[in-house]
Each structure stands twice: as structure tokens, then as C-alpha cells.
Design a protein around this ligand. Structure first.
Ligand SMILES: [Zn+2]
Length: 231
């Protein structure tokens, strides 16, 4: 129920849906229409989904799921753009909570720690935040596990991989990651999180780096998955 105070706040600072700009109740991010439009993959329901198949060609990961399908010019692309470049971190929180709720009865419950794909420190400084932080934090909270963000680091600054071919992408990302203290991850099932998977190059490079540690198992959860990977 809206209180008089909420009413006043809404009048002074009206909230708009980040998808369609319709007016929405305070403290919400998307309207019911946009929430219903988001193309859920529900790929956590089966471990033979297209994302697992893509990633397992590149790294021996255990489970993988994405919350949504990513389509060019679609609503998900528009929202991820805002999350990544326009400080709309509340979208990360919303998506992390949504995916966490879906995973509450799934094999992902065997994960011990949530680990975000890190930005290189120069990129982090420019952007001011890692766009997957809030997503990973909320997901960890829902799964009641810890979020560990400073242990997998990006030691090499990479250009955007989107416009590169497969060979160039692999060369660009090779040895991009390193681990500060392997004992933090040893023997753990790590849930690696990222915003969008297209070719899987970045995630698999990070997974292969983590899998060098004794007894580590890696699974993957992302906000979106582009169905037709780039050539
Ligand atoms: Zn909307």
C-alpha cells in the first residue's frame, strides 16, 4: 500500500519504467508489461541447454544458465546498455534477484561462491563500477553464498571482442585473467557471472584459469545469451 509519503515522493520524483518510460510505482525498475516481455530462457531447468553446449566446447564447466535471450535491438539489449553505460545498476539487482529465485531449486545450489568476471582496473576506473556486481551480489544473496570480487582479476586490458573473428578473440583474451590467492577458491564450486554471453570466449578463458586450482568446479550464470553466436 502506498503511504502518503510515497505519494509525495512519487509526485516530486516520478519513477519511470527503464524499458518503456511508463510511470511506475516508486522503488520499482520495470513496468509489468516490460517484465512480461523479457524473453526468459529457463535454461536452468535442463543441463543440456544451448549455453552449456557452447561453453562446454571451450571449458569443462559443470552447469550454465542465462536469465534471458539477447536479441539485437530488443528490450534486453536496451536494458543491458543502460546497465553497462548509464549507471542503471538497479537493473543488475533486479536480474540477480530474478535469477536467484529461479535457481532456488536447481543444481546451482551446490555452488559455494559467486565470482564476477572482472573488468581491467583501467576500464573499472572509467566506468566507475562493474556492471555485473549487483547481479552477482543479489544472486549470491538469494543462493545464501558469498560473493568474492577481488580474487579473480583481469591483468590484461582487452579491446571489445565483438568485432573480432574467432582467432583474434582467442589471442586477445589469452592469459587475460589471474588469481590473487588460490587458497580462497581451492576445493570450491564457483559460480562465474557475466552480463552477456555471445561467443563464450571470455567466460571460458576465465573458467579455464579458475580450473587450474586444486579441486575447483566452475558453473556459469549470466543475464543474457545471444542465441546466434558470431562467426
Ligand atoms: Zn515498461
Amino acid at each position: 500500500m502506498l503511504t502518503l509519503f510515497d505519494d509525495l515522493i512519487q509526485t516530486l520524483f516520478p519513477s519511470y519504467c527503464l524499458g518503456c518510460r511508463r510511470a511506475i510505482p516508486p522503488k520499482t525498475t520495470l513496468c509489468l508489461h516490460c517484465l512480461g516481455e523479457l524473453p526468459a530462457t529457463n535454461s536452468h531447468l535442463s543441463n543440456s541447454n544451448p549455453l552449456v553446449e557452447l561453453l562446454q566446447q571451450l571449458a569443462p564447466i559443470s552447469y550454465a544458465t542465462s536469465l534471458f535471450f539477447f536479441e539485437q535491438q530488443g528490450l534486453v539489449q536496451q536494458l543491458i546498455h543502460q546497465l553497462k553505460y548509464m549507471n542503471r545498476e538497479q537493473l543488475g539487482s533486479l536480474f540477480g534477484t530474478q535469477l536467484g529465485q529461479k535457481l532456488s531449486d536447481s543444481p546451482f545450489l551446490s555452488c559455494d561462491l559467486v565470482v564476477p568476471i572482472p573488468l581491467h582496473k583501467r576500464r573499472h576506473r572509467q566506468r566507475g563500477y562493474n556492471q555485473v556486481s549487483r547481479f552477482g551480489q543479489r544472486l549470491a544473496k538469494q543462493l545464501q553464498i558469498e560473493y568474492v570480487s577481488q580474487n579473480l582479476i583481469r591483468k590484461k586490458a582487452t579491446k571489445t571482442l565483438v568485432r573480432l573473428n574467432a582467432h583474434q578473440r582467442i589471442a586477445q583474451i589469452k592469459d587475460a585473467f589471474s588469481i590473487v590467492d588460490t587458497s580462497v577458491f581451492a576445493g570450491k564450486h564457483l559460480l562465474l557471472v557475466d552480463d552477456v554471453v555471445t561467443t563464450g570466449t571470455t567466460l571460458s578463458e576465465a573458467a579455464n584459469c579458475l580450473l587450474q586450482i586444486d579441486g575447483v568446479q566452475v558453473s556459469v550464470a549470466t543475464i543474457a545469451f545471444a542465441k546466434s553466436p558470431l562467426p
